[in-house]
Every structure is written in structure tokens, then in C-alpha cells.
Design a protein around this ligand. Structure first.
Ligand SMILES: Cc1cc2nc3c(=O)[nH]c(=O)nc-3n(C[C@H](O)[C@H](O)[C@H](O)COP(=O)(O)OP(=O)(O)OC[C@H]3O[C@@H](n4cnc5c(N)ncnc54)[C@H](O)[C@@H]3O)c2cc1C
Length: 313
């Protein structure tokens, strides 16, 4: 992450966030095993305060001359004469615009790609249910490490953030039969290491539910547009790569667009092919990682990941 930001001259954006030494994982083991980010090729980890990071990034973009709108929904109106017509809606009014190249960075909505008639293929129905536990001045066990713990119904991750300990349950939407609050509470009861970490926590905030399914759009680009980040490929939170991939995807797309506008006829095509290769590698890694957890083979969350990883449109 540091590398990508450094290449944009924005490494200082990380100064406001806590560094994380690595991961503690109860994966195919009831006791945590430790891995340090320093031993990874990319070598660093941060517990991002996402709201703050996104706001600071936006401010930097504006300072560097980006013209932006906040709270605006983009709608594609049509394409003619090599330009795409857009309508930008805010709560009060709409404004028309046009562009020769549109980057779809709308995350899992993939608003532009869908509008252009691409197929969005999901391979699971994963969701995240998060709760913030206030921790006061107490020390949180495992420090700033990300703790991951598998249990029969899915897995949990926890990490210290501003205001407490964020504990997120990852499971499949169709396996949730009670309220998010209850489901989260039941999961904690089945995850002893997370429960112990939470033990120092106080009051817990209301549960929030997030879409977390792995999905990809096909194709990832077309005349006058390209999808990046989650709009192109939304991946399992276990990969912990989404923010970095979104930034790197933006950098690569900007480079390809400049080359294409400068006369290269295959810069965007090349990017699409690279994306296809990364996709295939990701799916292999996902299957390998879930297959390593072998304690719960008869439970739906695990059996569907190890036995059936075929895409379901
Ligand atoms: C539970 C969970 C845990 C995760 N944990 C990690 C982690 O530990 N590390 C990590 O790196 N990643 C993690 N991720 C993934 C990470 O959050 C995403 O990969 C990353 O946010 C993708 O960035 P993005 O810019 O592509 O999309 P997003 O961050 O989703 O941003 C898309 C933006 O587009 C806006 N938008 C949508 N439609 C329109 C429209 N029509 N007009 C205008 N705007 C629109 C949305 O409001 C949003 O602001 C996690 C994800 C989940 C669900």
C-alpha cells in the first residue's frame, strides 16, 4: 500500500493511521498462528480508518486540480460520436456532462459496466456483519494485529480502530436466519479467541451489514469505458487487498487512458488481459486458502467453498 501511495506522492496519508505488525490466524487451528507483514513481499500493513483515509485522499485530489462533486449519482445517458453522455444527479438538481473515456469506480454497484450491458458474475453470497466494541483505555489483546478466526458458520476478523475494536463476521447471506445482531452474537460464542479479545470491550454498537460477495464483470472494458477496483472485481475480504487494488487499478487505468488518447490502440485491451490473468490467479488462491481450513467440512459455508467454486451468474 505504501508503495502505491508513494508513487502518487501521497505516502503521508498513512501517517494518521495505526501501523499493524501482521496477522494472528486461527485457521485450521484452535490456537492463533502469527504472520508478520514484514515477511510479505509488500512488507507493510495499516489498520485504516477508512472514512478518514477516503476524505484525505479526496482533499489531495482536489488540491492537485481534480474537479469533483460530492454526493452525486452518475447516470450514463448514451454514447455517440465517440463520447459518452452523462447525467450527474444530486439531491436538488441534475447536470449534464460528456466524456471520451469513463472509468467505472463505483465499487460493487459497477454502475457503468451494468449500464453498458456487461454480465456481473457472483461466485458466492458472502456478507459481513460488523460491530464496534468500545474498549475505553484498556489494552486490546493481540495489539494492532488483525485477528482472523474460522468457526463452523464462517470466519471473524477483528482489529483495533478509532473508538474501539471492530469485529466483523463473514458468512453467507442465505445462512443468516436471525437478526444481524443475534447472528453476530452467536458467532462470537463459537469463536473463543475472538471472544477473549472482545472480553476487554465494553458496550457494542448496532450491527452493520455489508455486501462482501466475490464478483466480476465480463468484459471489464468497452468502447469509451473501463471498470477498476471492486467495479471490475470485488474479492473476498480474506484477500485484504481491495483498497490497494483499487488504487493500483486507478493508476494503471490512468496510464492506459493517456496512452490510448495518445494513439495507442491496445493500451486498454492490455489492461483487460492483465485483469483476466489476475482473476484466474485470485480464484486459485481463494480455493487453496479455504481448503486449508479442514475442521468444518460438513458445514455449508466451508463445503461450498471447497467443493464448488464454479461461478453462479
Ligand atoms: C467486510 C469487508 C471487509 C474488507 N476488508 C478489507 C481489508 O481488510 N483490506 C482491504 O484492502 N480491503 C478490504 N475490503 C475491500 C475494500 O473495502 C474494497 O475492495 C475497496 O473499498 C474497493 O474500492 P473501490 O474504490 O473500488 O470501491 P468502493 O470503496 O466501494 O467505492 C465506490 C464508490 O462509488 C460510489 N458509487 C456507486 N454507484 C455510484 C453512482 N451511480 N454514481 C456515483 N457514485 C457511485 C459509492 O457510493 C462509493 O463511494 C473489505 C470489504 C468488505 C465488504
Amino acid at each position: 500500500m505504501g508503495c502505491a501511495l508513494r508513487s502518487l506522492g501521497l505516502n503521508h496519508l498513512l501517517d494518521a493511521h495505526a501501523r499493524s505488525p501482521g496477522i494472528a490466524a486461527c485457521w485450521n487451528a484452535s490456537e492463533p498462528r502469527y504472520g508478520d507483514y514484514l515477511s510479505q513481499p509488500r512488507g507493510d500493513g495499516w489498520n485504516l480508518d477508512r472514512t478518514r483515509f477516503d476524505q484525505d485522499f479526496w482533499q489531495e485530489a482536489i488540491a492537485q486540480g481534480v474537479r469533483g462533486f460530492v454526493g452525486v449519482r452518475l447516470e450514463v445517458v448514451g454514447r455517440s460520436g465517440g463520447r459518452t453522455s452523462l447525467r450527474l444527479h444530486d439531491a436538488k438538481q441534475s447536470q449534464d456532462a460528456a466524456t471520451s473515456m469513463l472509468v467505472d469506480a463505483t465499487g460493487r454497484y459497477c454502475a457503468v459496466a451494468r449500464d453498458r450491458g456487461t454480465r456481473c458474475v457472483a461466485i458466492d453470497r458472502m456478507i459481513g456483519i460488523s460491530r464496534l466494541a468500545q474498549t475505553g483505555s484498556g489494552t486490546i489483546s493481540f495489539g494492532n494485529r488483525l485477528l482472523i478466526e474460522a468457526f463452523p458458520g464462517g470466519w471473524l476478523y477483528s482489529l483495533p480502530v478509532r473508538g474501539g475494536l471492530q469485529v466483523v463476521l463473514i458468512t453467507d447471506a442465505d445462512l443468516v436466519h436471525r437478526t444481524p445482531q443475534h447472528t453476530w452474537q452467536e458467532a462470537i460464542l463459537e469463536a473463543p479467541v475472538t471472544r477473549t479479545r472482545l472480553g476487554c470491550g465494553g458496550e457494542q454498537a448496532v450491527a452493520r451489514t455489508w455486501l462482501a460477495q466475490s464478483q466480476s464483470v465480463h468484459p471489464v472494458h468497452g468502447p469509451g469505458w473501463i471498470a477498476i477496483g471492486d467495479a471490475a472485481d470485488a474479492r473476498d475480504p480474506l484477500a485484504s487487498q481491495g483498497v490497494l487494488r483499487a488504487i493500483e487499478g486507478g493508476i494503471a487505468a490512468a496510464d492506459a487512458i493517456v496512452r490510448e488518447l495518445g494513439g495507442s490502440s491496445d493500451a486498454i485491451e492490455e489492461l483487460g488481459l492483465r485483469n483476466e490473468r489476475e482473476r484466474a490467479r485470485y480464484l486459485e488462491l481463494r480455493t487453496e486458502t479455504y481448503a486449508r481450513e479442514q475442521r468444518f467440512p460438513s458445514h455449508a459455508f466451508w463445503s461450498r467453498r471447497t467443493l464448488n467454486s464454479a461461478p453462479t451468474p
